[in-house]
Write a protein that binds this ligand. Structure first.
Ligand code: HEC
Length: 98
């Protein structure tokens, strides 16, 4: 019985890890399609005054808000991306930070 429980746990944790990886994969794909032309692949391009995402220190809620609503030269994405997609891309851009 114990072995069964451990096996279940193992399978479960593998799924959770996979799901997390998928999120950052999606975030990367979204970034490459929608954000890279202004922010650059490493977040530092700065086209049209785009902020350097490597030195950005915004917290999750602010990131989601800027991405959703836009700000000055930054387009709003709430109609083009789902909230899950906005969260994955926010997670991805945080991974660009040094
Ligand atoms: C048309 C060019 C353009 C595109 C495309 C673009 N951005 Fe921006 N982004 C900007 C500009 C310009 C700013 C600076 C806005 C300001 O000065 O208030 C900015 C600012 C930001 C900030 C705020 C950083 C900070 O520290 O203040 C975040 C986060 C951000 N962009 C994320 C994204 C994401 C994620 C995407 C793709 C979904 C994206 N941007 C696509 C131009 C762009």
């Amino acid at each position: 019985m114990k072995t069964l429980a451990y096996t279940c746990l193992l399978i479960l944790s593998t799924c959770v890890t996979k799901a997390q990886n998928n999120t950052s994969e999606n975030g990367k794909a979204i970034f490459e399609h929608k954000c890279q032309r202004c922010h650059g692949s490493d977040g530092t391009k700065g086209l049209f005054g785009a902020k350097n995402l490597q030195i950005s220190r915004l917290e999750n809620t602010e990131l989601v808000s800027v991405i959703s609503k836009g700000r000055r030269g930054m387009p709003r994405w709430e109609r083009k991306l789902s909230s899950t997609e906005i969260e994955s891309v926010a997670t991805y851009i945080k991974s660009l930070r040094k």
